[in-house]
Write a protein that binds this ligand. Structure first.
Ligand SMILES: [Zn+2]
Length: 436
């Protein structure tokens, strides 16, 4: 069998791994990458004429965004996901901003392709074993702790076992239970009496540790209160899935007189999280409570809130690539009394990254210097460096494939792996084929 990388190879974005086995093609994720002014997708999707099954790890667009694209090509095949993942992915795909962006990527990309993809979705439960209709692949979804519905995927085909961690988080948050992959894989390999044949690991934070969570929360709340006391607005751009709801659970500790607004996709996603029964979401009731306190911003009220004073606004998107957070930034970036607090990893080439690193805000392709205060907190939902190290050291495996990280993060993990594990180590580029 061959494992071929079509994205997230020496980068974060457009995750898509093909497994070619006995004339069949299986895909692990099919994502897109949002860049300044557009979207790119795994190029090989133009060439494929057949897919036998897709295993979707989670709802983020860099993992799920390309699915309607090949539905458009009528490559009907089962798309395996947890129920929560598809509910959220569907919302994200149907979001007007994404549709506009994705149609630019491919003019044929239409709402009906999303509906078509939905028809092919097959729900899977965590920790159950399933088999593809062709009988070739046995697979199991494990809790990845990354966002609601997220999974690491264990596949067995041609008598070989592959674990695709996808995006994973080792720390429990207010919203989510931590990933249990390491303990589960140690137990399973023990039972099998054999190591994994292939371990495919994400390395987003391969060269960095996360600060202790409790400390980050404390510093974040202090920053919000201090910023609010300066009299202007506080904008907190947050990823709509998981992060925004996590931030709201933390902001619930603010005194009642500080008004909290929620805008964008995060509101609908909060409702999905509240009403779904995903076993790894911890704070369903607490989230319900916070949603009662939060003021919902709408297209009609947005302007007055942005131009007013003293509002704490949580809005999507988290990297300022679209959604109302761009609108609020446009109104706030020249206001010295206001603050923008970023809450996670900012991918290279995004507006959020320019805002943070260069204090520049890009509008209609032009850069403007920013005079509001900009801060950033690490609320990452990815394994930090030592959690990655522990994973590759403790889970017995023969081949280690490192992906979903920029060059320096990947290289740092590869270097560590060379001295600490005895497996074959791969850091594939796009198009690279690894034979197993
Ligand atoms: Zn993700």
């Amino acid at each position: 069998m061959n494992i071929i990388f079509h994205g997230a190879a020496h980068e974060v974005g457009k995750s898509c791994i093909e497994i070619e086995s006995a004339g069949a093609q299986y895909l692990l994720d099919a994502g897109v990458k949002f860049i300044q002014g557009g979207v790119i997708y795994p190029e090989f999707l133009d060439r494929i004429s057949k897919v036998d099954a897709v295993f979707l790890s989670h709802a983020h667009m860099d993992h799920a965004g390309a699915l309607p694209f090949f539905e458009h090509k009528k490559l009907d095949c089962p798309i395996y996901t947890t129920p929560m993942t598809w509910k959220i992915a569907n919302l994200l795909l149907e979001d007007a901003y994404h549709i506009a962006q994705l149609s630019k990527m491919h003019p044929a990309y239409k709402k009906r392709d999303i509906r078509r993809a939905t028809r092919d979705v097959k729900n899977v439960e965590y920790d159950h074993e399933y088999t593809t209709p062709d009988g070739n692949v046995r697979f199991r979804y494990l809790n990845a702790g990354h966002i609601p519905g997220s999974a690491s995927i264990l596949l067995e085909l041609e008598g070989k076992r592959i674990l695709y961690t996808a995006d994973m988080s080792s720390e429990p948050t207010r919203l989510m239970s931590a990933s249990t992959i390491m303990q589960q894989m140690i137990a399973m390999t023990h039972t099998w009496g054999a190591p994994l044949d292939v371990l495919i690991v994400e390395t987003t934070y391969g060269n960095r540790e996360h600060p202790p969570r409790a400390e980050t929360e404390k510093r974040f709340l202090t920053a919000v209160r201090t910023a609010h006391a300066r009299g202007g607005n506080v904008l907190i751009p947050a990823f709509g899935v998981g992060r925004a709801q996590e931030i709201l659970l933390i902001l619930a500790q603010l005194p009642q007189h500080i008004p909290i607004y929620l805008d964008g996709m995060a509101r609908k996603i909060a409702q999905v999280i509240i009403h779904d029964d995903d076993p790894y979401v911890r704070a369903r009731d607490a989230l319900k409570g916070v949603m009662h306190r939060v003021n919902i911003a709408t297209r009609q009220t947005r302007e007055a809130i942005a131009d007013g004073r003293g509002a704490v606004i949580v809005s999507t998107s988290g990297m300022l690539q679209g959604g109302p957070s761009v609108f609020y930034t446009e109104r706030m970036y020249t206001r010295q009394d206001s603050t923008i607090i970023l809450t996670g990893y900012q991918v290279e080439g995004t507006r959020g990254r320019s805002l943070w690193e260069d204090r520049l805000f890009y509008r209609h392709g032009k850069a403007f210097s920013v005079s509001c205060d900009v801060q950033k907190f690490d609320f990452s939902a990815h394994y930090g460096m030592s959690a990655i190290h522990e994973t590759i050291e403790k889970i017995p495996h023969k081949k280690l494939i490192l992906q979903h990280g920029d060059h320096s993060a990947l290289d740092a993990v590869a270097q560590y792996a060379r001295t600490h594990v005895s497996s074959d180590i791969y850091t594939p580029y796009i198009g690279d084929v690894i034979s197993v």
